[in-house]
Design a protein around this ligand. Sequence first.
Ligand code: GCU
Length: 416
Amino acid sequence: MSQPNPRAAWLLMPLLMSACVTPRPDVPRLPPDPLIAADGSMIKTAEQWRQSRRPEILEQFRRHMYGRSPEPTEVRIEEMSESLALDGKAQRKQWRVRYDDAEHAFFEVLMYLPVNASKPVPAFLGLNFFGNQSIHSDPGIRMPTTWMRNDKKIGVTNDRANESTRGKRASRWPVEKILARGYGLVTVYYGDIDPDFDDGFINGVHGVLDPPLAGKRATDAWGSIAAWAWGLSRVLDTLEMDADVDAEHIAVLGHSRLGKTSLWAGAQDERFAMVISNDSGCGGAAYSRRRSGETIKVINRVFPHWFCTAFRAFDDREDQLPIDQHLLIAAIAPRPAYIASAAKDSWADPEGEFLSTLGADPVYRLLGTDGLPATKMPPVDQPVHGQLGYHVRAGKHDLTWQDWQQYLTFADRHFR
Ligand code: GCU
């Protein structure tokens, strides 16, 4: 699904500023070469990138990996509620995004905006794993009623959220600190869009929008990652209707499988002004050809519903893929993108996540930005910020305040 881009003008800004930024000879090109088209021709201009190579890359990701999403549907805002929250520091809005007339064809959005910031406010948008109520103990947050994976630590039982789950994931969502820096925060429970288990694509958005299953699904039919990404774009549709939020400055962010999702959402939908992918690993930022940590074969076996079935042809055949994950990051260019790893997260392959970030650099430079101001993987806890950002944080697979501090600084650099 490619989205029309009403803001091509600001996307072209770096081109106008460029003068003479050239690809660096000290950074080897990762295969498949971002600047060589499938027919072997060289991509030498920003125009060629935009007109032919980027669409070609997105099409390959659709056909071989994430699957093809339906066109955007008209969305409606329902059950909007608004109130002061968090000791008067926040304006809290909640609404349903309705994307079809079918009974369950909606998901719930929670948004906090700082009360004392001048409107419209730039914001971070990210999906969450255990419901909007899990991100903060605020008693006013609506409780999801959809399926949720049981979890002892969070307190989910009987596949449903309950009061005891409020605020259990607050460590990943430093709401007050985000607001204090002048940003809003928008979140949706990912299972509201598509429950995360292999049910044959009956439930969630697939069940509503897919043609009735007569026989087999197409090998490039969209999987769950594509469904979550599609949902993020529909949330953005509704943010564009809200004068309090600056829909032209939305950073789409995600952790782990939702970091894979933020990349695919941001790569396709150019309305996202910034993309942040935290510990996304295989099928996210990690360079698949390294085959380090989780591999394509393993991810396809354990999570058969995440990608399209055509992706299985590349189990143990990474070198045959016409794409790799540096091209996904490149498809975001020239918009700012930040990739983060955790040192103890070998399953997600930090080196591979860095390599893809660096591998996108030639495209960022072709488009007139500074790309990633590094040629080697930086040491632990030494972030690098350019038009591309990267850090490897000490510690394990998680989204922490340390990660957020970098994202806030990165947003200040590009949004202010
Ligand atoms: C598993 C999976 C990863 C994924 C992670 C998560 O570890 O193998 O690919 O990123 O779950 O989303 O938490």
